[in-house]
Design a protein around this ligand. Sequence first.
Ligand code: SAM
Length: 344
Amino acid sequence: DGELKKEDLEQITELMDGFKASKALFTASELCIFDLLQSRPGLDAAQVAKEIKASVKGTERLLEACVSLGLLKSKDGMHHNPLYENADLAVRFLRSDAPFSLRGYIQHCNSTVWPLFSHLESAVREGTNQRERAFGKKSDDVFQDTYYNSQEVKLRFMKAMHSIAKVTGKAVATAFDLSNFKTACDLGGCTGALAYELTKAHPGLSVTVFDLPAVVEMSEHFYPQQKDNRVSFVAGDFFQDELPKADLYILARVLHDWPDEKVHILLTEIADAAAPGCGLLLNEIFLYEDRRGPRRGLLQALSMSEGKQRSVTDYSLLLKSHGFIATHVQHTDNFLDAMLCVKV
Ligand code: SAM
């Protein structure tokens, strides 16, 4: 009917303004405002503007918006001039040196995901992601053709993966009892963030991180002084090369990047390497069986082309066709869900 309800207006406003909030967060992060206010809390807008080499007017607007978003707090200084500091959320997730810093992922969202989403109409019309429109480059394999072509883009992508893996690592590593396994191989294990969480949680486990040579050559960058000899790195292509032998194979945020045909190639490789009784740990966002959520997973799918999001049933069927039977499923409260399978 003709009545306007407050909740409806709030809900529709939040959806219409969501992109503004995201971009304000990305911009404040890019301009290092959360790092600055972490080391020097209580600056006013003019002082922040000077430090980040930006206009006072623009900085003031951004700081005020960040307060309204719950990212910063302000208190009155002299003549009611507001002084700014990080809110709890910024302390926990937005400063660069926080243990659960999401700065790497935010930079990836700003530099890669945002441009792709700005071409969403074309993506929907054409059924492909818009890398060519957004970045002027066509790519069949996003890793080898786009991310790993330049050192700078590669490092940014790795930092993005690293930051999410640090936040999800413990929940994923402790989702199931893995005490039966002595050796694990984390396929597409990137910086080793999950591998280190796994060895921390399971004292008897050694983990080999298997990833493309371009990634493995950077592993020192992320854990320079690490002396944990239970984590090692092997370079290779999981669609072509023989995989390291292990009791437990891990696929964390790997399968959603690929269509079923590619998943079958990879699972064939794993099934060849895995003896009966071996485990396979899968970490992804699991879609609800009716595909009505979670929203995060469905929104992420909008910028995919070759890849897709799948439900527990979808993944179980793919895995079963290669002899891996799902024995446990866990929807964690963290970003990723988990499934443990055993090879028959
Ligand atoms: N597992 C990590 C995590 O959860 O944070 C990284 C996930 S990232 C979305 C996918 C990973 O698969 C990247 O590290 C990428 O380099 C790796 N990868 C892509 N193609 C590969 C290939 N053909 N062989 C080995 N690794 C590959």
